[in-house]
Design a protein around this ligand. Structure first.
Ligand code: SAH
Length: 347
């Protein structure tokens, strides 16, 4: 089956011309898909014969909202989407003053193995297609009625481990005939896959790169993030400096504060030293308590922030939304998987 929704208008045009259709139909099909059409039948400005051919040869499986949790506190909505093959991923809609942001997943599960993260516990199942990433944005908007202005690739999965599909998704969601979300309104987060950072630097996109740092020293970082054993933090800082030199874009460093592990003053001092020469921004995150993880939230957020600022490093503490609905990614899918397993065990 052909995945039209993962294709650019040019590629759709190529496929349609192989069916003997005129080129202008490509834009019509693209527009329907990116408006969230649920079937080819709805595409009423296409000839019936073409709709029939598309139905026979092409995929069109919009995700189903298997669960929807709405925060009574701040209107955050967390979605569990069931994909065409029955796998599930999460997205979160967050409402900020500057606009609505949707946090999307890039893979079903994750193979990066970070010790504090719920998304990676059962490993990676598969990569998401460009269409499946796009659908999370599109159907979050359609379902909630909230216009999405910003996207963060900070849900389940490692975007750099699925970079071809992620880049295609960015091209599609940015397209003027589609959702047309500006690159400056998109953030991509990585646990530190250096070849991916280097590849992205070459493209000089206007998006914001986020690096999940979580520790500035190799010893601590290797303990909590296995990726550090392949791509050491020393080398990672080097790649970040190169990224800034090439793109001129400030990098955002994510730092989940873990009690007694990465919250010491010397670690703040080390971060400041490593970022010298680059206008980085450190985003301190209160650790979300994951039941399966031995790590506990730090109480030193304010002190750590002060220490970073004393060195001239910009540091913010992330405001946590959706506290009443477990809005951190990976946890809803995990719970649903457990319930499913229990259900299967039931006689
Ligand atoms: N794989 C990418 C994208 C996931 S983004 C990455 O690692 O950057 C999700 C962010 O949430 C990452 O910064 C991740 O390290 C962080 N995170 C994961 N588990 C967390 C937890 N229990 N508490 C706080 N942040 C967490």
């Amino acid at each position: 089956m052909i995945d039209l929704k993962s294709m650019t208008p040019e590629e759709i045009g190529g496929f349609l011309s192989s069916l003997g259709e005129p080129a202008f139909r490509a834009k019509q099909v693209f527009t329907w898909l990116h408006r969230g059409a649920a079937s080819f039948e709805e595409m009423t400005n296409l000839p019936k014969s073409l709709r029939e051919k598309l139905r026979e040869q092409c995929l069109l499986t919009p995700p189903r909202a298997a669960r929807r949790q709405v925060s009574a506190q701040d209107g955050t909505i967390k979605y569990l989407w069931e994909l065409g093959d029955g796998n599930c991923v999460e997205s979160v809609l967050m409402r900020y003053h500057h606009g609505n942001t949707v946090c999307i997943s890039s893979q079903v599960g994750c193979r990066m193995g970070c010790a504090f993260c719920a998304s990676t516990i059962a490993g990676k199942v598969r990569d998401l297609t460009p269409a499946e990433m796009l659908d999370q944005v599109l159907f979050t908007q359609l379902d909630s009625g909230a216009e999405v202005s910003n996207i963060v690739l900070m849900g389940i999965g490692e975007p750099m481990d699925n970079l071809d599909n992620v880049l295609r998704f960015l091209e599609l969601v940015n397209h003027p005939d589609g959702m047309h979300i500006g690159m400056r309104h998109i953030s991509l987060s990585t646990c530190g896959v250096i070849p991916g950072i280097r590849r992205l630097a070459e493209l000089e996109l206007q998006l914001t790169l986020s690096v999940s740092l979580h520790a500035p020293d190799s010893e601590t970082r290797s303990k909590i993030m296995p990726v550090n054993r392949a791509y050491d933090v020393e080398e990672l800082f080097g790649a970040c400096h190169d990224y800034f030199r090439k793109t001129g874009r400030r990098i955002s460093f994510e730092y989940a504060m873990i009690d007694g592990v990465n919250d010491h003053d010397w670690q703040a001092d080390l971060i400041a030293r490593k970022l010298r020469g680059m206008p980085g921004h450190v985003n301190l995150i209160p650790l979300n308590d994951v039941v399966e993880s031995p790590y506990k939230p730090s109480r030193r957020l304010a002190a750590f922030q002060k220490r970073l600022e004393s060195h001239g490093v910009t540091a913010t503490v992330r405001r946590s939304l959706g506290g009443d609905i477990d809005a951190s990614c990976g946890q809803l899918r995990r719970r649903a998987m457990e319930e499913q397993q229990k259900g299967e065990l039931r006689p």
